[in-house]
Design a protein around this ligand. Structure first.
Ligand SMILES: *Cc1c(COP(=O)(O)O)cnc(C)c1O
Length: 838
């Protein structure tokens, strides 16, 4: 059996991630043993880095093009490695040349640039499974067509895909050897067939093969020059993890394409004349000499030598790698395919083809799929990713840079994609189910470092979290919704504000009346830290150590004092202070403030940034992130103002128990979700009005009865209780006697103290940020994992409730006028206040 895995890696198309020992008898053996320690290094990456380091420390490599020994050494090594690259693909240097490029995309652009410079430009045909980098070529072409495999076969059989086939220009045909979206493989014979077929043969038709995905786990054999594509592009970092380098392999017969290329860079010419006359002589011996503009990435090329050595020593040939990965792909495909809900419906809808189907060319070691619940509703990719990330699976989701592949797999029409775009869908947003259809896929891809236990634990993960066992509402043990107007009394147990967004909280002491404003509790999320370069507001999700930044409000001195509960570098003070006064520019030089455009939760805002280097150096120093402190005071207009986004969730709107669908572990969407209302569409009154820098709403409350119930579940699963602090609530309410959990789901308003009413704005949707221990900044799996099993509705995870102060202003048409009281003018809450759901 495979050994226990310290980490689980399942997307190996990027960097080296991986695991365990290969002494497993069950599947084709790879030579050598690879291991991942917690730092993420493997014997492979360690050997590779050691080999490279040794090369770098024992040799001096100069810039090529001079006569010095160091320069000559570089030149010779590069030429040797160029040959090794050709040998790796069984290509004869008589027939092929290698041009080093930064990556696959750069190789594609080089070919495009040459085609564009041809007299009469060029027509372009590309396969619908093309990567975005191939799709973009069409913008440079005179005409372009996107073809499926049948249309390409038709072309080979004599039916030109271009409408006007009369003129004799050049054609570029591009396709991926393997789709990066679902791993589907396409015939490697197309280059030859097109070159020799009648329709294309009359024109200069060139084939560009995108081998980037294919070569990661398969040998590419260019030994037959007749069948080889004219141009082959790939990225070495996808094969070896390192170095960041790519190649364009050119079939020499097609070199003529580059003859019209206009630009020349340093190193590509023998002579250039500039004064009085303009003339230059391109280097003539090798194509690569003419195409490699400027200084080569010498050290990356030298690292490639080490990668080729170490990879083959540890893993053997690419054929061995192919055996290993296709064995695992079979297991992953079968594993996901076999998952069925209790009612027999499949859990995974798989887009990849059978890895070794009798017909077709099979599939690379990639499984692209989506998940449905037992009633057929799709799982949101964003939600899947939150949990997969927590469980340390390196998974990619979304459109995967493959627009045609996604559209055909998901049946998305161009108008639908455009409609989704105009309704706010972008790569990487949370609303990824639109009009009842997914907008992307989940891709699990395997590489040389993947193991049987990676695959098994991934399949187990999908089973554990996404398979619905039973779906009968009648057997639902305890409905989570209760009759409204429950008589349980509550009280305010704790009040916290978070003066700096995403940093530690400030506990309101007992006996203090704390002001409640329309935007939330006074001093809550009025400041934030903003990345100096991107303007992005920093968040604990990316920087958990922000929990250790502890602001406290000192009204006696009119200061916000900030300390850091982790290691403070020696050159920094242990505490800094920021004046609380609304507009310190009145008291200080105006240059202390600068208005800066930044982004909070994807929304563009204008904030006032501090210029003080004492303040900014402190935050940058303790976090190790270049950032500045910014303030977003209440009362702003335009981009200095934000609105609440919270709204009632579907599970809160269901009132009859018969409609209570899955509340059991593993359950999720009961139906297609209602379209999200665009931000700011409703009146401020309905939506909860203005907010400062909080994510969604003015005030967040949690109920300790719900937390207790959650903690019981966590403990029952063998986990440790979590503190209320992880939910970063403003108000913690507790039942006066024992209370049922999750009553807050059905509250519509609360009266706190004698007079103040709060309107509930809907449950709070959670992400894995709740897994950060606010004392230590350490991450764990809980409570998100248990919440995913017990508090998932419509595929989303909820805990706590949003609310806002409901000011006693009179609605239109209301005749009664209220006399303003002291309490209305300055509403406050304090610890121990009674809380009555109304
Ligand atoms: C990754 C990939 C690309 C792009 O490669 P870069 O290294 O990002 O330029 C193109 N095509 C396919 C099939 C890929 O997998």
């Amino acid at each position: 059996m495979p050994m226990a895995t310290p980490s689980r890696a399942i997307d190996s198309t990027g960097y080296i991630v991986a695991v365990e020992d290969f002494r497993d008898e069950e599947y084709p053996m790879l030579r050598g043993s690879i291991y991942l320690d917690h730092a993420g290094t493997t014997p492979y990456s360690k050997s590779l880095m050691d080999r490279f380091a040794q090369d770098m420390t024992s040799n001096l490599f100069g810039n090529p093009h001079s006569a010095s020994a160091s320069s000559q050494r570089s030149t010779l090594r590069i030429e040797d490695i160029r040959l090794r690259v050709l040998q790796f693909f069984s290509a004869d240097p008589e027939d092929f040349d290698v041009v080093f490029v930064p990556n696959t995309t750069a190789g594609i652009k080089l070919v495009t640039e040459a085609m564009r410079a041809l007299p009469g430009r060029f027509d372009y045909a590309y396969h619908q499974l093309s990567h975005t980098s191939l799709v973009g070529v069409r913008e440079e072409a005179r005409n372009s067509v996107c073809l499926d495999s049948d249309q390409i076969e038709g072309w080979i059989a004599g039916r030109s895909p271009f409408e006007d086939d009369s003129d004799k220009g050049s054609i570029l045909f591009a396709y991926p050897a393997q789709s990066n979206m679902d791993g589907r493989r396409l015939p490697l014979t197309w280059a030859k067939q097109l070159r020799t077929c009648e329709t294309a043969g009359t024109k200069n038709t060139y084939t560009l093969l995108d081998a980037a995905a294919y070569v990661c786990s398969s040998p590419l054999d260019l030994s037959c020059v007749e069948t080889a594509p004219d141009f082959t592009v790939l990225s070495f970092y996808k094969v070896f993890g390192f170095p960041d380098l790519g190649a364009l392999i050119v079939r020499r017969e097609a070199e003529e394409v580059f003859a019209s290329r206009k630009y020349f860079g340093g190193g590509t010419i023998d002579m250039a004349v500039c004064l009085k006359e303009q003339w230059h002589a391109p280097k003539s011996q090798f194509l690569h000499e003419r195409l490699e503009d400027g200084t080569l990435p010498i050290h990356s090329i030298i690292a490639l030598d080490a990668a080729l050595d170490v990879h083959s020593q540890l893993f053997g040939s690419m054929a061995d790698v192919a055996n290993h990965t296709s064995f695992l792909a079979r297991r992953l495909y079968d594993g996901l395919l076999s998952l069925r809900h209790g009612n027999g419906e499949p859990v995974c809808i798989i887009y990849s083809s059978d890895p070794d189907a009798k017909t077709g060319l099979g599939n690379g070691p990639v499984v692209a799929f989506n998940i449905r619940n037992s009633l057929g509703a799709w799982l949101s990719l964003a939600e899947f990713e939150k949990l997969a990330t927590l469980k340390q699976f390196h998974i990619r989701t979304g459109g995967l840079c493959n627009p045609g592949g996604i559209a055909s797999a998901l049946g998305l029409e161009p108008w639908e994609m455009k409609q989704n775009f105009t309704s706010g869908f972008r790569c990487g947003t949370d609303n990824d189910i639109m009009s009842g259809k997914p907008t992307g896929v989940i891709r699990a891809s395997l590489g040389v470092m993947s193991t049987v236990s990676d695959v098994d634990s991934f399949v187990d993960f999908v089973r554990e979290f996404y398979r619905d066992e039973l779906l009968l509402p009648s057997i639902n043990p305890e409905p989570i919704l209760h009759t409204r107007y429950d008589s349980t009394a509550f009280y305010v147990q704790a009040i916290s504000v978070y003066p700096i967004k995403s940093c530690g909280g400030f506990q309101v002491p007992a006996g203090v009346d704390w002001e409640v404003r329309p935007e939330g509790l006074a001093w809550d999320r009025e400041w934030c830290l903003v990345h100096r370069g991107s303007g992005q507001a920093l968040s604990q999700k990316r920087h958990p150590q922000m929990a250790l930044i502890r602001p406290s409000l000192d009204f006696g001195r009119g200061e916000l004092r900030v300390t850091y509960a982790g290691h403070v570098p020696r050159h920094l003070p242990t505490e800094i202070t920021v004046p609380l006064s609304k507009n310190p520019t009145v008291f200080q030089a105006p240059t202390t403030f600068r208005s800066m455009s930044s982004r909070v939760c994807g929304e563009e805002i204008m904030a006032q940034t501090y210029a003080s280097s004492d303040i900014n150096d402190f935050f940058s120093g303790v976090l190790g992130v270049p950032c500045v402190l910014a303030r977003f005071p209440p009362g702003g207009q335009g981009k200095s103002m934000r609105h609440s986004k919270a709204h009632l969730q579907r599970h809160q709107q269901i009132t009859t128990p018969e409609k209570l669908l899955p509340t059991i572990p593993g359950a999720f969407p009961v139906a297609a979700e209602a379209p999200p209302s665009p931000p700011d569409s409703d009146s401020e009154k309905v939506r909860g009005g203005r907010i400062l820098l909080s994510n969604e709403s003015p005030i967040l409350a949690i109920n300790t009865a719900s937390l207790e119930s959650l903690n019981k579940e966590i403990v029952a699963r063998g986990g440790k209780k979590v503190s209320p602090a992880v939910f970063r609530a403003n108000v913690v309410v507790a039942p006066s006697s024992s209370g049922k959990p999750y009553q807050e789901d059905s509250w519509s308003s609360l009266r706190i103290g004698d007079r103040h009413d709060f309107r509930m704005l809907g449950s709070c949707r959670r992400c894995h940020m709740v897994c950060i221990n606010q004392e230590t900044a350490q991450k764990s799996e809980e409570p998100f994992v248990t919440l995913s099993k017990t508090r998932r509705f419509d595929g989303k995870v909820f805990f706590g409730t949003h609310m806002c102060y409901s000011s006693p202003t009179v609605g239109a048409g209301d005749e009664k006028m209220l006399m303003l009281t002291k309490e209305m003018q300055y509403p406050t809450i304090r610890l121990g206040d009674s809380v009555k759901p109304t």
